[in-house]
Design a protein around this ligand. Structure first.
Ligand SMILES: O=C[C@H](O)[C@H](O)[C@H](O)COP(=O)(O)O
Length: 262
């Protein structure tokens, strides 16, 4: 599967592959959305086919549901299982406390519902997503289409009292039309450049009528697995407060982990 990977794909792949270490047969697993999460779904598929791993998956988007079907993963609706052992998903930004910005692909609402219904959430990312402070990536906010201009103004006013640098808000487009989420909503992207108090911002945003959910994931993620283009993987586990560095050899499909540092 790994073949001739670009450094960015190698980074995503090694993070995804490392996340499979936390899978066990019988688990109910949330599958995230996006290019990194797609690598994870492929890795799960490989384990199901080659090692008989038996997991039941819940997809966080229509896109992921389609991919899971193509790969041959067993998927059910969240309503059927109600609770999950583990969700593995990508992110647009992850800071040292494992606060995240998500929703670059517009799937933040279902992703947050699924991650919150999970015993454990692991975020997988390439190193470009690791940041000291959140906010360079525009913060996606899912809003109902009705009165979107009013909601945008309310958010704009609210930002004046927040610890952020930028104030620009754009309606996400797809061609000439607003981008529509799987739940039929629109996305406003908040170009904040720096978010000083993400927890407070997330709470205040969700108080605004018209806002369905925002892309700040605070106290949801338990572990971050960050992949690097040279095959190195950094694992940060909040439950043990540890950071571990592994090296993943992706020159062939007999992928080998060796500890290189601590
Ligand atoms: O809505 C999309 C999700 O939050 C993605 O997990 C996020 O945008 C990261 O995607 P990618 O792995 O493609 O960078």
């Amino acid at each position: 599967m790994s073949g001739e990977l670009t450094p960015i794909d190698r980074a995503k792949f090694v993070a995804a592959k490392q996340a499979t270490e936390y899978l066990e047969s019988g688990m109910k697993v949330g599958l995230g959305t996006g290019s990194t999460a797609a690598w994870f779904a492929q890795c799960v598929g490989e384990l199901v086919r080659e090692e008989g791993l038996d997991v039941t998956c819940v997809a966080t988007s229509k896109e992921t549901a389609m991919l899971a079907q193509q790969i041959g993963l067993k998927t059910v609706a969240l309503e059927e299982v109600k609770w999950l052992d583990l969700t593995v998903d990508g992110a647009d930004e992850v800071d040292e406390s494992l606060a995240l910005i998500k929703g670059g692909g517009g799937a933040l609402l279902r992703e947050k519902i699924v991650a919150t219904a999970s015993e454990r959430m692991i975020v997988i990312a390439d190193a470009s997503k690791s940041v000291a402070d959140l906010g360079k990536f525009p913060l996606p906010v899912e809003v109902v289409p009705f009165g979107v201009a009013v909601t945008k103004n309310l958010i704009s006013e609210m930002l004046n009292s927040m610890d952020v640098l930028g104030r620009e808000i754009t309606l996400r487009m797809q061609g000439d039309e607003p981008f529509v989420t799987d739940e039929g909503n629109f996305i406003l992207d908040l170009h904040l450049r720096h978010i000083g108090a993400p927890r407070q911002l997330g709470l205040v945003l969700n108080q605004i009528p018209g806002v369905v959910e925002n892309g700040l994931f605070i106290d949801i993620c338990d572990m971050a697995i960050v992949g690097h283009g040279d095959g190195k993987v950094t694992v940060r586990d909040l439950s043990t407060n540890s950071a571990e560095i592994l090296h993943y050899d992706v020159r062939d499909d007999d992928n080998i982990f060796t500890d290189v540092a601590d």
